[in-house]
Design a protein around this ligand. Structure first.
Ligand code: GLN
Length: 469
């Protein structure tokens, strides 16, 4: 049971005056304050949210009229600092606003708070946040997943009907899976990245975390499409994403062989197999599909991602954004001290790996090779998606792990992303929807489609969601 009505219904009732935006904002703020021990929220935007709510009540229009939402704290939102949960950005106030936020606000949505994340979105648990670790709403001794862990926890804790996340290697889908939410990673380029702290620019995407597929589709519908401020953006489907067609019967679904292999917990596998049987019984054809380069995807990601991270993080030099080391006596020292005191362990690790794989002498052996295998992976996905409509498997190899369990072992932490990174490297849309539980913790079913088939994917996922409840 959700404390919130479907998003389209909230907006409709605000438009007719049956619900007041001011009350919705108060409900969100009260829930955030009541549940602050979960550490999902970095900052609330009370004054701004209340002001906007009053303006909306005076003129209640927009497809998201009065709908409160929470942005991961790597989105630039007016009236708040954008920290990306990193000490180096403490005190950095947004000079402009992310396109995604602009578009949501233009339809009447209200940003009430900013959510916790792994610093700079590097991580799978929020334990890399420089501020705090978010707790899983199902079991507070476990992580919520990451890096959009604050966003996923906030939605499941009913702090708002939806939250925004970013997904560079799984950061929307993994926390959705661990927390029992719906997490949508659109086709690369479908949502503008303007005004969002860059992680790895060739795989970064923005998407919603919600409780239902219909809510995710409506939010995507509002945010998506070309934007002059991000040259990689693509046109949205002319039919939009808000009205979905049923798309299960007669469809061909490929179960990814490599995603059901050794390493996936048997209890997780059992839930996915049960979901597959349900999908089959509802009239979809199910076949097994092999993507032979998939076992290399994680290695490829952890070369390409740090390479791009090392470049994107070079701008934080203590001169332009947030933290600057106070007692430096030269510019050189200011750069060094600002960066060494401002960045956390994981950011430093990625800067070192990234500059190493890009350095002359190692470029061919690592970066170039990784790009070659990435191309192979893209070709394999393209080929597979010519013979099947959707690809499917678990979102994560296991349920949410215990806080602290993987923190001293980066390789183990990276392994939690093993099933999510491929969609980012290839640029295809991918969704995680709840598919039962294992050991009383949520399990996520991951479904992917070909690039620009977001509408078909959401339609299919909505139907599957209906079958699995
Ligand atoms: N967990 C992955 C990483 O640490 C993915 C992060 C993300 O998608 N932002 O790189």
């Amino acid at each position: 049971m959700s404390a919130w009505l479907p998003i389209s219904e909230i907006a409709r009732l605000v438009q007719t005056g049956e619900l007041k935006a001011v009350d919705l904002v108060e409900q969100a703020l009260a829930t955030i304050s009541e549940k602050q021990d979960y550490n999902a929220i970095i900052v609330t935007l009370e004054a701004r949210a209340r002001e906007r709510a009053m303006a909306i009540d005076a003129q209640p229009t927009g497809r998201l009229a009065g709908v409160p939402f929470i942005a991961k704290d790597n989105f630039l939102v007016f009236g708040a600092d954008t920290t990306a949960a990193s000490n180096i950005l403490r005190g950095f106030e947004a000079p402009y606003q992310a396109t995604a936020i602009e578009r949501l606000e233009a339809e009447g949505a209200i940003c009430v708070a900013k959510a916790n994340l792994d610093a700079f979105a590097h991580g799978s648990s929020t334990e890399n946040s420089d501020f705090m670790t978010t707790k899983n709403p199902y079991d507070t001794s476990r992580v919520p997943g990451g890096s959009s862990g604050g966003s996923a926890a906030a939605v499941m804790l009913d702090m708002a009907p939806f939250a925004l996340g970013t997904d560079t290697g799984g950061s929307i889908r993994l926390p959705a899976s661990y927390c029992g939410a719906v997490g949508y990673k659109p086709t690369y380029g479908l949502v503008s990245r303007s005004g969002v702290v860059a992680m790895a620019s060739s795989t970064d995407v923005i998407g919603p975390i919600t409780k239902t597929v219909a809510d995710a589709a409506l939010v995507l519908d509002v945010m998506s499409g070309r934007d002059d401020l991000d040259g990689t953006t693509i046109d949205a489907d002319p039919a939009g994403y808000a009205e979905l067609e049923k798309s299960l019967a007669g469809k061909k679904v490929g179960v990814i062989k490599e995603y059901m292999a050794e390493g996936v917990a048997p209890e997780v596998k059992a839930q996915i197999e049960a979901a597959i049987a349900t999908i089959k019984a509802a009239g979809a054809a199910v076949v097994e599909v092999s993507l032979p380069s998939l076992p290399s995807a994680l290695a490829v990601y952890y070369i390409i991602c740090p390479a791009e991270v090392s470049s994107n993080l070079s701008r934080y030099d203590g001169q332009r954004f947030g933290h600057s080391y106070a007692d430096a006596t030269s510019l050189e020292e200011s750069y060094k001290k600002s960066r060494s005191t401002g960045f956390g362990k994981e950011a430093k690790r990625r800067i070192m790996i990234g500059t190493y794989v890009l350095s002359s002498g190692y470029y061919d052996a690592y970066y170039k090779k990784a790009q070659t295998v990435r191309t192979k992976l893209i070709n394999e996905f393209n080929e597979a998606l010519q013979s099947v409509d959707f690809l499917l498997g678990p979102t994560a190899p296991d349920i949410a792990f215990k806080i602290g369990e993987n923190i001293d072992d980066p390789l183990k932490m990276y392994l939690t992303d093993i099933l999510t990174v491929a969609a980012n490297l290839v640029g295809v849309p991918s969704i995680s929807i709840p598919a039962g539980t294992a050991h009383d913790m949520p399990v996520g079913l991951q479904i992917m489609a070909a690039q620009r088939h977001d509408r078909q994917l959401l339609g299919f996922a909505k139907e599957v969601e209906g079958l699995l409840v």
